[in-house]
Design a protein around this ligand. Sequence first.
Ligand code: PMP
Length: 391
Amino acid sequence: MNTGSHTAQAVYLDYNATAPMRPEALRATRDALQAVGNASSIHDHGRDAAGRVDRARQQVADLLNCSRGELIFTSGATEANNLALHATYASQGNIVTSAVEHPAVLETARALTAEAPGSLMILPVDDEGKIDYGAFRAEVEQRGAALVSIMLANNETGVVTDLAPIAEVAHSVGALVHTDATQYVGRLPLDLEDLNVDLLSLSAHKFGGPQGVGALYIRRGTPLPQRPLVFGGGHERGWRAGTLNVPGIVGLGAAAEAAHRELDAEASRIGKLRDLLEGEILAQLPGSYVNGVGSTRLPGVSSVTFPGCPADALLTSMPDISVSDGSACSAGAPTPSHVLLAMGLGREAADSTLRFSLGYATTEQEIRKAIDATVRAVTHVRAVMDAPGHP
Ligand code: PMP
């Protein structure tokens, strides 16, 4: 796969950070960039832009099995999560979430509840990354009205949440359910009729659309006060002001359509490649282990701990493979992954973890290259760490 001129030789296995744009999305975005027109203008050019946005809204709605009027375009999942939590906290006054959420949920929840700390419950997970269903049930039944915000798939481990029973309990006590589905959408089939959540966040760049665009789904009839974060011209039915990012939205729509078409075939092909990667790494590097392996996982994600091998040393030793370390997905100083710590890993183990994430363009040849590079890097780092004189 061609991932850009200066890194053309490197193998890209960091789809959970951002996926390469799908050719369909690239073409559609480029076309839209070349067109002129503000989707709010009533002349021909404006109507043309509005038509492109409508089409994209339908493409996303088709991927999720919802209706167009239930979608609000945003600048990505961070904003969609913020919007969801702000609006629901205003009506529910309580947030129940989990320890393995993305910072876009956890930090928003902490900020919203800072002045009423008892109104935030962060549920622990077990060593496979799963929420304790009994603890969840007890908590939600005691609180009643609340926002339950639980991610559909974890960005670091790929662990998938069985949301339907969670939504059922939450709804039975009058709570609302939001899910951060950023890593799930476009990777596995999703049907909002079955999932039964009230709000869902997604982001284009995780499944082959452009960066900086996403959407929030709000089920029709959900009792929510309208709480925009961005005020102004009343776009997106008053939920988010600002001139629509037409090229981004068009790219999101095209990526959604392409991902939808290929969903089952891609998931099965990618799952086999991930199994190959894990099988070889575990066989060739005794002592290494896969996090969340006992849970249902996304097909393309593998979080592997190499005890005694700091991830930064591994990454330096395998420059031709673009993977992610186990540190928090944030800018600035690296801190050990809160997800791995919540699953019971020690600090050192969390810091000795790599996340491989595969996607629609990953090839078997790339996986074999990544296996060889990982085995060489771990062997090298182990030798350095074991060398006499190493502290
Ligand atoms: N939630 C999850 C689970 C994610 O993985 C990410 C991206 N790292 C986000 C939210 C934020 O998405 P965006 O980049 O679109 O703001």
